[in-house]
Design a protein around this ligand. Structure first.
Ligand code: ZN
Length: 447
């Protein structure tokens, strides 16, 4: 169930829609604090909270003083990466789930690169794995670029970076000489298979390489506390946010974490950074502040809505087109359908008549299947990818098109295969559905 938006969130959303509708005018001044207070008819406190949300997602920032105002910022890939990373960390998404998604995206990137690479790409990929380690770039990132898919070129470095942060390894952590040599060798074999277009070999080699990376990170990170920020700029508020997030992971959704006075005392901090930390956690849907005399902080099941939104906006900003998005959705959702079909618990629930979402609504249905597969990162990405294609050219969310009978029937058949536990058929039907109805339908609705 989606919680109702707070007033500050509504104002932040209105400003965001305005920025997108104006074609993301980087550097434009949206107005001073006084102008915005008048425009949205809210209190100074509410506006400041809304600005805090926009600044956290780096969509705009407030400059005070003469000639100041809320200024539109250029969205940067590293900012999106940090937001996604923070969410994965604060929401406690596991390394299993993270690597699961990375492998699927990486195999897709290599397959696309194999089909699309130019001679120049071949030369630069080979040059990359010629040199002595350490390389200045991850081969996975280079393959993401060579895939010719801008959304993949964004998501791969994002998740590569997240992995290191999640594991507590500082960015640019060095492998020891022997590991570095064997990684370079593994990457050479991946490049070789990619250039040769040997997709079976490249899938196998890519998996092995990522498995090795994972073991390395796990061995290394056993004694390290994960860091939310991978820079020195980690502020007090972010450290408090981490501490609270760690506590939330030990609690049940809805559990009371304490009122402000209790939290101030327990954490030994001052009010301003505590409030900022709570705002960060609310942004990631990890906690909720309860108002009133029995008020205080509640633990929540992590809600990625804000992050989904930020990622969808960024994909929209970089002009990831419908084909690029469909390629990634294909990889993630076909896999999700197969995984769901392989889960006996899901089959039982479906046969017992688990209430299904509106099967005709592409958004509801496809998000739901991703959820059935049980990987929250897959669900987050599928929602963002659908969100990015559903954004109209003016950036606001388009209405979901009415379902055709064909769509509804196709969705029903996907679910039937999942309920029967028929993994290959579930995959096949999802692939056919995405080719026929899913991505294409959404694309048409947005034009
Ligand atoms: Zn569909």
């Amino acid at each position: 169930m989606e919680r109702p938006l707070k007033l500050a969130e509504q104002v932040a959303t209105a400003i965001k829609n305005d920025v997108v509708a104006r074609g993301w005018p980087v550097g434009a001044n949206l107005g001073s604090e006084a102008v915005l207070i008048a425009k949205y008819g809210v209190s100074r406190a509410t506006l400041r909270e809304a600005v805090g949300i926009l600044e956290h997602t780096q969509l705009a920032s407030m400059h005070r003083g003469r000639g100041g105002g809320l200024t539109v910022r250029q969205p940067a890939a590293h900012v999106v990466a940090r937001t996604v990373a923070a969410h994965i960390h604060l929401a406690g998404i596991s390394m299993d789930d993270l690597f699961d998604v990375r492998i699927h995206l990486q195999v897709l990137a290599a397959q696309l690169a194999a089909a699309r690479m130019t001679e120049a790409d071949v030369a630069s990929l080979r040059a990359l794995v010629q040199g002595p380690p350490p390389l200045d770039e991850h081969i996975e990132v280079a393959l993401g670029r060579a895939s010719g898919n801008p959304a993949l070129a964004l998501l791969i470095p994002t998740l590569t970076r997240v992995t290191g942060m999640r594991a507590g390894a500082p960015q640019g952590a060095k492998l020891d000489g022997r590991s570095a040599k064997s990684r370079l060798e593994a990457w050479r074999r991946i490049v070789d298979a990619t250039v040769a277009g040997d997709t079976a070999a490249l899938e196998r080699r890519m998996r092995r390489s990522l498995d090795a990376e994972r073991s390395w990170l796990e061995a290394r990170s056993a004694s390290i506390v994960p860091k939310l920020q991978d820079s020195e700029s980690g502020k007090v508020s972010e450290r408090i946010a981490e501490e609270l997030a760690a506590e939330v992971r030990q609690r049940q959704p809805g559990e009371f974490l304490g009122n402000e006075a209790e939290l101030l005392q327990r954490l030994g901090v001052t009010r301003a950074p505590l409030r900022q930390a709570i705002r960060i956690l609310e942004h990631h849907g990890v906690v909720r502040m309860r108002e009133g005399s029995t008020g205080g902080l509640m633990a929540c099941a992590a809600n990625p809505s804000e992050i989904v939104d930020a990622l969808a906006l960024y994909l929209h900003y970089i002009d990831a087109d419908i084909h690029a998005i469909a390629e990634i959705r294909g990889a993630l959702e076909v896999e999700a359908a197969g995984t769901a079909a392989g889960r006996p618990d899901i089959a039982v629930l479906l046969r017992e008549g688990l209430p299904t979402p509106n099967e005709g609504s592409p958004t509801a249905f496809h998000t739901w299947v991703a959820q059935l597969a049980g990987n929250p990162l897959t669900t987050l990405l599928v929602r963002a990818l659908i969100g990015a294609t559903a954004l109209k050219p003016d950036g606001t969310s388009g209405a979901t098109p009415p379902a055709s009978e064909e769509t509804t029937e196709s969705h029903r058949r996907v679910l039937e295969a999942i309920a029967e536990g028929d993994v290959s058929l579930a995959r096949h039907r999802m692939r056919r559905d995405l080719a026929g109805c899913g991505a294409g339908k959404i694309a048409r609705s947005s034009s």
